[in-house]
Design a protein around this ligand. Structure first.
Ligand code: NAG
Length: 188
């Protein structure tokens, strides 16, 4: 479940969920976000972490989505964990989103999680019923997005988590994003 919010975030170029519910026994801090695009004239991702409040960080940024998506646009995500934070220590976790079409993604993870969580702080697409392709070409931006992660487990083992998301399609730019976050046990 952890990755769902993240994938959500990437679509926007935004993420972080520091403001999770009271029952949660863990806290989350965004360490870094790195992005790559094979063609910035078609897909430009520009995100940064911003302090919103004491111990709370949100993400501000924009994604200039300037290409036409198709039925063949695919997204996927994988998650790795490291106890120490050392690069060599990251191990693959079974939490992942296997390659799926972007439109399928829009009708599932996106609609269930991202669309709601980012509504208050961004202009990500909002829709009812089924997503009507294609994804509108425009600049999607978010301002200090701290999302509340409904649907995340109460317990997440502490450590460093690396989430890698990738998107590509035939004749389309390839882009990816790597997010590293640190999970700690909540102090009461
Ligand atoms: C992102 O894509 C580029 C180009 O294909 C690749 O060199 C890079 O390793 C990718 N990043 C990740 C984290 O997979």
């Amino acid at each position: 479940m952890f990755f769902r919010c993240s994938l959500a975030g990437i679509l926007l170029g935004v993420l972080l969920f520091n403001g999770c519910g009271a029952a949660r026994k863990w806290e989350y801090e965004l360490m870094s976000v790195e992005t790559y695009s094979s063609d910035e004239s078609l897909m430009k991702i520009d995100v940064r972490v911003e302090r919103v409040d004491r111990g709370v960080y949100g993400v501000t940024g924009s994604v200039n989505w300037n290409y036409d998506t198709s039925d063949e646009t695919m997204v996927q995500a994988s998650v790795f964990k490291s106890n120490s934070g050392d690069e060599s220590d990251y191990k693959s976790l079974p939490w992942a989103i296997p390659a799926q079409s972007l439109y399928e993604h829009m009708n599932t993870y996106y609609k269930d999680v991202s669309m709601k969580n980012f509504k208050h702080c961004s202009n990500v697409p909002q829709f009812e019923g089924k997503f009507q392709p294609p994804l509108p070409k425009q600049i999607y931006s978010g301002d200090k997005c701290v999302i509340n992660c409904d649907g995340l487990p109460d317990i997440v083992p502490p450590g460093f988590y690396k989430i890698i998301m990738k998107c590509s399609g035939p004749g389309q730019p390839t882009w990816n994003a790597t997010v590293i976050s640190k999970v700690t046990t909540k102090m009461f």
